[in-house]
Ligand binder design. Structure first.
Ligand SMILES: Nc1ncnc2c1ncn2[C@@H]1O[C@H](COP(=O)(O)OP(=O)(O)OP(=O)(O)O)[C@@H](O)[C@H]1O
Ligand SMILES: [Mg+2]
Length: 543
């Protein structure tokens, strides 16, 4: 029988200098990582003459052949199961010339030394403790080193200046020995700036930070709907199945352990919310917590007053909830009411905003994801009636029709038997089923009172509002205002309009006057209160 067998072809070695993308940060991470793995507590980085020297106080190197063993490592057994060393890290320095000194030996790797040629090892005339690396590189600045050193647990200095050092998590964290980590849940405002510096660019909402002994991998994962929650995962050094993708180790491998980690994050989130004592989770997630054995309190009541959303301007007329008014006395709208029609929701909102009531009538909007919580179960509004008086004037306006009538009454019937009814100065026109095609898409009814009671944008809201395909917001709003002014003018009639514009012009006479006479030839005569008279002939033309 013929068999095949996996093997490493030496050709890979000839490409070893291309295993890494060659970033400065990548080199800093690998070198600090080796020092830490060697048990170092101190690392001194110095920049000099275009060279970087890194000296650690770790246990040093007995067997220099490990350095160039691609895929092989010389670390202790326990490290193997916790950190999964790959035996490739040092190759991030290829093809540079690197001098390594440790335990009385010294070697300089360079050129084809990285790809297979023998490298000589000599005796070090000045043996020092730990390990020293020296190689050519751009400056390793504090700015570049700090964020890779801050959570490493070692004292790192750059040209004598100490890097910041702090614990990645606090003692609030919970232990997960099966995953070899501890997990802490934090609100975004409780992260420190170094945590935030570990996040990837602005395209991500990274809320999980996994600290592999100084190297932090960020990703987003939102096991619960409170998206501002952050998860700090600190690897302890216990054996773990959590693996990073090689060779750069900038993301996690999505394997079984990763799934377990995600479950641990979910559980951690629920436990955190249980301790915090309040949340705004959808009912489904509240049930999920229960399934996991965590009894959360009900979500905080989450609702908006009125039924029409603000969102983008213009805003609808506001429904105001009296201070301390109980949610339990409010109403929800039933979108599935059998005889309901499209404009009912808007009209219930307008009834609440513009109507007059003995006891407040407050409809509220609650998102369906909260259905199931006791506070979300409110009486609902089903049947809605709009009764309309005599039509006074109607005209096209903006994206619809505006009709002025002498009376509008809206009546809303609620499931608890309450009937709320009031005169209002604006409503969406009800759509008679058979006449539907004759009515414009947006048909708004107003009474003359609306001219005083409402601002133009509150009417505009129901007539199409702002369109992002046209002019700027201000220009469009001004345009609507013009059309609306014209509408009200038409309503009061052409004579009244003329009278008002003449009066407007006479405002410019400064002295108090008794009467003004205008002659067809353009002459104007003004008699003032003091008895004097002023004749103003038309100005002589220059032509
Ligand atoms: N600062 C150091 N102190 C002691 N030994 C070191 C140091 N740096 C490297 N070594 C030795 O050289 C070997 C090769 O290092 P290299 O970084 O290439 O691989 P690794 O750390 O084993 O794996 P990884 O690919 O995860 O970095 C290490 O296994 C270790 O035996
Ligand atoms: Mg290494």
């Amino acid at each position: 029988m013929q068999t095949i067998q996996a093997m490493v072809n030496p050709r890979l070695l000839s490409k070893a200098n291309r295993l890494f993308t060659g970033t400065l940060e990548g080199r800093i991470i690998e070198v600090l990582q080796n020092a830490r793995r060697a048990g170092a507590t101190k690392v001194e980085i110095t920049n000099h003459d275009g060279h970087v020297t890194v000296r650690d106080n770790g246990e040093g190197i007995d067997d220099f052949s490990r350095l160039l063993d691609l895929g092989g490592s010389g670390w202790e057994e326990t490290l193997e199961s916790s950190e999964d060393p790959a035996g490739v890290g040092l190759f991030c320095l290829a093809p540079r010339e690197v001098t390594i000194r440790s335990k009385g030996q010294i070697a300089t790797i360079g050129g084809d030394g990285w790809t297979g040629a023998p490298v000589e090892i000599q005796n070090d005339p000045e043996p020092a403790l730990g390990t020293l690396l020296r190689f050519q590189d751009e400056e390793w600045t504090s700015a570049a080193v700090d964020r890779n050193a801050v959570f490493s647990g070692m004292d790192v200095t750059v040209d004598g200046k100490p890097c910041p050092k702090m614990p990645f998590i606090s003692d609030q964290a919970s232990s997960h020995p099966e995953l070899g980590c501890r997990i802490e849940v934090r609100e975004s405002q409780d992260l420190n700036p170094w945590h935030n510096s570990c996040k990837r660019g602005s395209y991500h909402s990274d809320n999980v930070l996994v600290n592999f002994h100084g190297q932090v991998v960020a990703f987003d994962c939102h096991p619960v709907s409170e998206h501002h929650l952050h998860f700090l995962v600190d690897m302890t050094g216990e054996p773990t199945g959590i693996r990073m993708m090689l060779p750069a180790r900038t993301r996690l491998v999505e394997d079984e352990a990763f799934e377990e980690l995600k479950s641990a994050l979910e559980l951690g989130a629920f436990r955190y919310l249980e301790r915090r004592g309040h949340h705004r989770l959808p009912y489904k997630e509240y049930l999920r917590a229960k399934e996991l054995g965590i009894n959360l309190p009900e979500a905080k009541p989450t609702f908006s007053v009125g039924l029409l959303s603000g969102g983008d301007p213009p805003d609808p007329v506001e429904v105001v909830m009296p201070k301390d008014f109980p949610l339990a006395k409010c109403y929800r709208f039933d979108p599935n009411f059998k005889d309901g029609e499209e404009n009912d929701e808007a009209n219930v909102h307008l009834l609440a905003a513009l109507g007059k009531f003995d006891k407040p009538f407050i409809p509220v909007a609650i998102h369906g994801r909260y259905d199931g919580y006791s506070w979300a179960k409110l009486p609902t509004i089903g049947k809605v009636n709009v009764s309309v008086g005599k039509e006074l004037y109607s005209g096209w306006l903006w994206a619809g029709t505006l009709t002025c009538v002498d009376l509008i009454t809206i009546t809303a019937h609620a499931s608890d038997g309450r009937v709320s009814s009031s005169k209002v100065c604006m409503a969406k026109a009800p759509q008679p089923p058979d006449k539907a095609p004759n009515w414009a898409d947006d048909h708004v009814l107003v009474t003359a009172e609306a001219q005083e009671r409402l601002c133009a944008s509150e009417i505009w809201y129901h007539l199409g509002g702002w369109s992002d395909e046209g002019d700027t917001y201000d220009t469009q709003e001004w345009g609507f205002q013009q059309e609306l002014d014209h509408f009200w003018m038409q309503l009061i009639g052409p004579d009244e309009q003329l009278r008002q514009s003449i009066l407007d012009a006479l405002q410019r006479i400064e002295q108090k006057w008794k009467f003004v006479k205008v002659f067809p030839n353009g002459k104007v005569r003004i008699r003032f209160n003091d008895g004097s008279v002023k004749n103003i002939p038309p100005a002589k033309s220059h032509h």
